[in-house]
Design a protein around this ligand. Structure first.
Ligand code: ZN
Length: 115
């Protein structure tokens, strides 16, 4: 049985594996854990550790502007300063920029008219 299959089987039975440095602990409903299951875990412990570690890699991150927690894939990284932006903040920033440009143009127009 592969580590992934063992993990799926444990989860099907309501057993949760907890990764700690150098070992795997488990939380199981009463009476669910059997010597056979324990042996399965022991058999593929290193592979289970690797599998669980890869699952725990953060998939979400915070927007650096408003602090909203989002899926990493939904955040946009600023090319200049590496800040992360959620779609809302990105849109707001875009709007602000457009407004600034509009105001700038209006000032230019007025200056030109006054001359
Ligand atoms: Zn945001």
């Amino acid at each position: 049985m592969s580590a992934a299959q063992v993990l799926a089987e444990l989860r099907r039975r309501g057993i949760e594996l907890i990764v700690e440095p150098e070992r795997v602990r488990y939380r199981a409903p009463a009476g669910v854990m059997t010597p056979e299951l324990r042996a399965l875990i022991a058999d593929c412990r290193p592979a289970l550790l690797a599998l669980l570690a890869s699952e725990q890699r953060p998939r979400s991150a915070k927007c650096d502007s408003c602090g909203a927690q989002r899926l990493r894939a939904n955040l946009t990284e600023d090319e200049d300063d590496g800040r992360l932006w959620c779609p809302e903040c990105l849109y707001r920033r875009h709007e602000d920029e457009l407004n600034r440009r509009r105001v700038g143009r209006r000032k230019d127009a007025m200056g030109g008219a006054g001359a």
